[in-house]
Design a protein around this ligand. Structure first.
Ligand SMILES: C[S@@+](CC[C@H](N)C(=O)[O-])C[C@H]1O[C@@H](n2cnc3c(N)ncnc32)[C@H](O)[C@@H]1O
Length: 214
């Protein structure tokens, strides 16, 4: 579902329409064919204001990074960042991650980033967590064999829930830490991560891939 935009957002988004494909569904199954100068397709789910997106794209010119975000007020800031830096390997989708299967074909994606997603503390809202079984099934179908999820959060209950859900859904966790930046900034940080890190909050992170089907 697309959210209604406040009027002042429309001109801001129009100014950066270069990074927001009008009909992203048309690229389903042929993202890398349409952007042949890139050889990896990466997806970021819930990019927020896009600090991580911009730096990741800048440091990985071989990859096309597509970031999806459902809140236009955050998305527009991420788009403005990408345009200000003139990044040509970063694109955005204005929408909800439940729509990913219409945007990417099975096995098309090399890597998925899920950073500091909302914890949805109440059990009744667990299906909205971006690491719920339904979302993991979507990611599992979009990733190529051996493709990975990178997940980071400050929220320990969400991290524990995600570990349990990954295990139950047939994923192998290949890297895990509960204090990613213990010895100084270890990797590209998101907007939320920067704030938590400055407050001294430990960051949990994991990498996971689907176990081979037998
Ligand atoms: C807590 S913020 C973190 C933003 C950013 N990843 C960061 O670390 O700074 C979580 C973001 O995920 C987005 N989000 C949550 N569920 C989503 C969904 N189903 N589809 C797309 N975006 C979603 C929210 O709108 C929000 O911007």
């Amino acid at each position: 579902m697309r959210m209604r935009k406040k009027p002042n957002l429309i001109p801001r988004m129009q100014r950066c329409e270069r990074v927001l494909p009008k009909e992203p569904e048309q690229f389903c199954g042929r993202w890398l064919e349409a952007f042949p100068e890139r050889n990896q397709l990466w997806l970021e789910v819930g990019c927020g204001k896009g600090l991580f997106s911009a730096q990741t794209a800048r440091e990985n010119p071989e990859a096309l990074l597509v970031a999806i975000e459902k809140v236009p007020e955050a998305l527009v800031v991420a788009m403005e960042r990408a345009c200000a830096e003139d990044l040509s390997n970063l694109l955005f989708i204005d929408g909800d991650a439940t729509g990913l299967p219409e945007l990417f074909a099975e096995g098309e994606v090399d890597r998925i980033f899920i950073n500091f997603c909302d914890p949805w503390r109440r059990k009744g809202n667990a299906k909205r967590r971006l690491t719920s079984p339904a979302f993991l099934k979507i990611y599992g179908s979009l990733l190529r064999p051996g493709g990975q999820i990178r997940f980071k959060t400050d929220n320990v209950p969400l991290f524990d829930y995600s570990l349990e859900t990954l295990e139950a859904e047939g994923w192998s966790v290949t890297e895990l830490t509960r204090d990613l930046h213990k010895n100084g900034a270890a990797e590209i940080m998101t907007d939320y991560e920067t704030k938590f890190h400055e407050q001294g909050v430990p960051i949990c992170a994991l990498t996971a891939e689907m176990r081979a089907r037998v």
